[in-house]
Design a protein around this ligand. Sequence first.
Ligand code: GLA
Ligand code: GLA
Length: 728
Amino acid sequence: MTDIGRRRFVQGALGTTAFLALPGRVVARPQAAGAAGSLPDRYPPIFARFPHLLHGGDWNPDQWRDEPGILEQDFALMEKAGCNTFSVGIFAWAALEPEEGRFEMGWLDDVMNGLAKRGFHAFLATPSGAKPRWMSEKYEEVRRIDAQGRRELHGSRHNHCFTSPVYREKVRTINARLAERYKGHPALSGWHISNEYSGACYCTYCLAAFRAWLKTRHPSLDALNRAYWAAFWAQKFQSWEQIDPREAPMDGLQLDWDRFVTHQTVDFMKNEVAPLKAATPDVPVTTNMMTFFGGLDYWRFAEVCDRMAWDAYPQLYGDWRVAASLSMAHDFYRTMKGGLPFLLMESTPSNTNWQPTPRLKRPGQHRQEMLLAVGHGADATMYFQWRKSRGAFEKMHGAVVDHEGSDRTRVFQDVAAHGALLRKLDAVVGTTVRPEVAIVNDWESRWALGLTQGPRQGQGGWDGRFDKEYIRTLTEHYRPFWKLGIGVDVIESLSSFDRYKLVVAPMLFMLKPGVVERLLAWVKRGGTLVLTYLSGIVDETNIVFRGGWPGGGLREAAGIWAEEIDSLLATDTDQRIVAAAGNPIGLAGEHPVREYCERVHPEGASVLATFKNDFYAGMPALTVNRHGAGRLYYLAARPAEEAFHDGFARGLVRELALTRNLDVELPEGVTVQKRAGGGRIFLFLHNFAPREQALDLGGLRLVDVADGTVLTGRVTLPAYASRVVEKA
Ligand code: GLA
Ligand code: GLA
């Protein structure tokens, strides 16, 4: 879809003047705009005629064509493993088209027929993630130009130009071939588009496309110069052709480049999907993503994916805090399509060879990691990979089938046990999570903050760029809800806020057009908004608001003015947030802070806590202001410890009477998730601690879905135990 097409789509789908649509911008997300009442109670299964949870993974039979008998062994083992779905052909282009225009698909026929014969499903991949060598040699334009202007070598994968007309044509051709050959094939159930899109290219095609895209965002060169504050250091552009994202230390330009890279990658994906949808309109498409990868604004992919899917390689190692971060990512993938169950497309059944310390999963941990995903709304738990390769980069990466080759390994048994459990969870399929709390994860705001020099330097982040700890900060605000067993959606600033009681928007540095209006309208109707330091600083071009922070209209509504921001040294450990006596949210004690403290003046807001030390001792550190029927909280410093976040969140939970998934005290490391739909409510109970812990359920009776055990009274959960239960 072109930008103009997309604009129409946004307007048409919303049919309301509440959402502005400006050239080249998405101003509100149609799929998130529905009111609570219009959301489905239960969604269809991922594959229409297969009402079960998916289980399986990446399978690369193209690597095993020289090893006789492996295919048959694989099929036999798949049945034993309780698997049903496999992603095939992901990196198989050289096997599918060994020479230009000569296609060899017989081997894939055997694979697809073998799957179909056993009632298995294929996520058939488009092979664009790794181009064949002949192509790199004959058409050098398919290879990227790097930021230094050098043409890259063929090597590796995920390194093709997204704009090259030749590459797009070659991808369309092979995708069309696959679609034509396998349309109607009983094994073809989904399309796995490419693999982990990432990176950028600076070739003449890409730069020309960038300039053309810039013209859709900036009505004139003058407007662009203004948006980039180009008078600074004599940087004004006199022609569009002068614009090169690599040369100028111009954060507005770099921000637009980041947006363009997303736009162009989505456009590349649309080019991939078109021939598939033409031949197989009913086969769902997805692409596998990487947690909160900084290089692409994942929100923009929701429009092209029928389902969201991601690859999770957490380093859990018995640390419940990592589990909480993992949970936040699952919540994000569910929220991107408004609660539609997503796929855990890759995870390791054992260790992950590229990590610094590829620790083995302890007994119980595999089942736990998988059930955590399901509890957050995954209708698929899949692995990388099915069979461990004998050579190359991933020969030591965990797999379901090890080099030993049998079903006798511990890992295989764990996978098979999980497969057997999934078969008992058919009623979970299509159920979802409908939280009262949302946290804002906005890529463009994250980029704008990262690209801004100051107010202090970041701690490092993706791609060597300073990331200013955006995701970590979100995690710190998210964790207390996880500990209390309270569901959270992970939205963006363009999402609808309507269905939430509480929205937490840490460091919402950038305010895009319309966001403040929508936020405040929602607060006025009764919503509670939490803002923090570094909020409302710039508009969508990364230009600072005049008139005091938080800008864009938030200052008046929050009833505070943040005059300046202090940057703490690592040795500045004595600054504290001190709770005001008798504050209505029950925050108690003193809490150390790190890195950021703002000097805030109350302009109508009530002060809930103040700074303890230095020249701003006594000034507000936490405030609240009424706005219509709702409230805005403002946190003026970055807390150094969990206790502050816990106390603050507990106060909000009490004040807003937020519902916990299970109304009992949860020991540290224990959490409860909830999926509901079709008149049933499933609770996922986890103990992430490496030791046994106990819960007091009182008179509550919970029935284990897997074995019918009734849990009541004092219940112990062994280390890494997870149970799926229903209220009796
Ligand atoms: C140098 C330059 C100035 C300005 C300051 C900022 O001194 O001469 O133009 O960039 O750094 O600290
Ligand atoms: C990524 C890729 C896979 C594989 C795994 C290994 O997720 O998509 O192809 O390389 O990493 O962990």
